[in-house]
Design a protein around this ligand. Structure first.
Ligand SMILES: [Fe+2]
Ligand SMILES: [Fe+2]
Length: 356
């Protein structure tokens, strides 16, 4: 049993359906499933999914008492028939904290378990992001990252590395323009931003002649850099208008939140912690969270900061048109000694990218 994963209890009338749910949640939870008549076998875990026939009330009192034993702040999600209000009321009477309609799907379950952050990814195979393996891999990795941090479980670094490899191969084969055009169609601002920064970082490394290992590092850094946003309320992350000062102050906590989430994780490279914690620092000491100076900022952090600013300017937002690459590059130049001016000069070819 993996001690880093949370446990989830699945109560189902059908072993087949229970296995199906367990498959959806593999890698995020340790699952224990049993039939409604065998509740006495175990205590409820922190998370419980109840997928039973709510028209059969024969052992409801036992189920209600059993659910009362769940840990404080535990979650109990009931499956109900779509549109059958009677079942929703029944579920809440039994102790549900939320419900999902059948047929169950991964997205609805994750949203019910973790709140909106789990739903940001959307369906990786959805048409809105095209039929791109690279983009789907990136979205899958981001979903994995954000869900892990939200649920307090370890990030699956192997999966993220594999996704990083796919992203690198995709950008090498298809080019950055195609990547940007595709990822800018993603419905979530947060996901769009992370994928843009990843693509720009990888392409920048390619332009500078980095070896494939270093380009993969940039992909990994791009996917992980805003991991701390998993700790920022979705209402702020996805706000369709400019942030207030108070909301900005909350948003600015994300480098520290990300660092805290990753620092104890075995196998995490110190360069990645550096990127997560310092990608909003500037060379003149005016950045956050620590106001570091040039001597304390590594090359990979300097590159990711350029990719981050550029990515943020060219992303689509509900309340303002995106910058052209030329205009975004102008902003980088105007930032002067906040950024590494040699690297900004090297970045100049990106000003000429023609994106729609
Ligand atoms: Fe950030
Ligand atoms: Fe960012």
């Amino acid at each position: 049993m993996d001690a880093t994963l949370d446990q989830i209890s699945i109560i189902s009338d059908s072993q087949c359906r229970a296995e199906d749910i367990a498959r959806h949640l593999a890698g995020m939870f340790v699952t224990q499933s049993f039939a409604r008549r065998n509740l006495a076998q175990a205590k409820p875990a922190k998370y419980t999914i109840v997928d039973i026939d709510l028209e059969d009330s024969s052992d409801f009192p036992d189920l209600r008492r059993w659910l009362e034993l769940r840990p404080k702040a535990g979650t109990a999600i009931f499956a109900v028939e779509p549109g059958v209000r009677r079942q929703v009321l029944q579920a809440y009477a039994l102790g549900a904290t939320d419900f999902v309609e059948r047929p169950l799907n991964n997205q609805a379950l994750l949203t019910a378990l973790f709140g909106d952050i789990g739903s940001l990814a959307g369906d990786p195979s959805a048409r809105s992001v095209g039929n791109s393996d690279g983009v789907s891999a990136g979205i899958g990795a981001l979903q994995n990252i954000f869900t892990s941090v939200t649920s307090g479980t370890a990030v699956d670094l192997k999966t993220i590395h594999a996704a990083g490899d796919t992203v690198v191969s995709h950008i090498e084969a298809e080019g950055l323009v195609r990547w940007i055009d595709t990822v800018r169609q993603h419905h979530s601002q947060t996901y769009q931003h992370c994928l843009l920064v990843t693509g720009v970082g990888v392409a920048f490394g390619q332009h500078l002649g980095f070896c494939s290992g270093d380009r993969q590092k940039l992909a990994f850094g791009g996917l992980l850099h805003d991991i701390g946003k998993a700790g920022v309320p979705v209402a702020i992350l996805e706000k369709p208008s400019a942030l207030t000062d108070e909301e900005m102050a909350v948003m600015k906590q994300h480098p520290l939140l990300g660092f805290e989430a990753l620092r104890a994780m075995p196998g995490i490279h110190p360069d990645m912690l550096d990127v997560v914690l310092h990608h909003h620092e500037y060379l003149d000491g005016s950045g956050y969270p620590h106001g570091l100076g040039a001597s304390e900022l590594s090359d990979i952090v300097r590159m990711m900061t350029i990719a981050d600013v550029f990515g943020a300017l060219i992303e689509r937002r509900a309340y303002k048109p995106p910058f052209s690459c030329e205009a975004a590059y102008q902003v980088l130049e105007n930032m002067g000694c906040k950024l590494d001016t040699d690297l900004v000069r090297e970045f100049r070819p990106f000003a000429r990218l023609q994106i729609m």
